[in-house]
Design a protein around this ligand. Structure first.
Ligand SMILES: [Zn+2]
Length: 281
């Protein structure tokens, strides 16, 4: 059964920027900088490590400011709160056994309605039993975590999308939401079948020896994602969850031509069973 992906997820199968976008502008988009100021005096807040605590401000040239603004209009969640879309997500999640919570200073931050509707669309793609199990009980939006993570985190049984993820590009939000949900899935697999979890860890061991793997262009780009997720088996299994859901045709094409295709097929096949035979386009 092949499920059609919403456009916001499907676009993760393509490169993020075309080559005409200067690296400086790309980097600032990827890492959710904020630009502001009056004409003649433009400023940027760079989030050096992706976290709110490490910000430095600089002056910015008018043309760079304009390029960043133009891309942000396309890439960020539009500012349009409405109570109904928040409630729709809340109801959907609570039917699955997940509570929607908010971090940060405001009790109910006025987030874009698109964050709520997109989160619902993404979770609707997943098999029922991936939601609301012992290791996924809370989805938390906004605020910051106390640990080393700066963009989002999984703290069993909580998937936490920090300010970085809800204020930054939609593309990062999609990637991070499915990655963190992948960590909850990994915890579930450990409980459901420790043998299968061990087998998957062994397959990661084989794949991690190659530096020609598969990766998605989000956050700091493919190479950075690849190096990161190949470093730990738990990161591998979380990122592969994102790959499984978002990369459908692109991943299956890669698998056919990869010299490690048969190992990738074993990982893909195990996920396919755990996804109740659902595959994505
Ligand atoms: Zn992770």
């Amino acid at each position: 059964m092949i499920i059609q992906l919403p456009e916001e997820v499907k676009q993760l199968q393509k490169d993020w920027f075309d080559t005409s976008v200067p690296k400086e502008v790309q980097h600032r988009l990827r890492f959710a900088c904020q630009v502001f100021g009056k004409k003649g005096k433009r400023m940027v807040w760079d989030t050096v490590s992706g976290g709110g605590g490490t910000i430095c401000s600089h002056g910015l040239e008018e043309n760079v400011y304009q390029q960043i603004r133009a891309l942000q209009r396309k890439e960020l969640f539009p500012k349009s709160y409405d109570e109904n879309s928040k409630r729709a997500l809340e109801n959907f999640l609570s039917q699955k056994g997940i509570t929607l919570e908010f971090g940060g200073y405001e009790e109910t931050p006025k987030l874009s309605r698109k964050i709520f509707s997109l989160t619902k669309k993404i979770y609707e793609l997943l098999p029922e039993h991936h939601l609301g199990h012992d290791h996924l009980k809370i989805l938390k939006l906004c605020g910051w975590g106390g640990g080393a993570a700066k963009c989002s985190e999984y703290d069993d049984p909580v998937v936490h999308m920090f300010d970085f993820a809800v204020k930054g590009p939609i593309r990062n939000y999609v990637g991070l939401l499915l990655h963190e949900t992948g960590h909850s899935f990994d915890e579930w697999v450990k409980q459901y079948s420790p043998e299968l979890r061990n087998e998957l860890k062994g397959l990661w061991g084989e794949l991690s020896t190659s530096n020609k793997g598969f990766a998605i262009d989000y956050l700091l780009g493919e190479k950075s994602r690849h190096d990161y997720y190949m470093s730990f088996s738990s990161e591998f299994l979380a990122e592969f969850y994102l790959i499984y859901v978002s990369q459908g045709e692109r991943f299956r094409g890669f698998m056919k031509n990869s010299s490690q295709g048969s190992t990738w097929e074993k990982v893909y096949g195990a996920y396919k069973i755990l996804f109740d035979d659902k595959e994505y386009n």
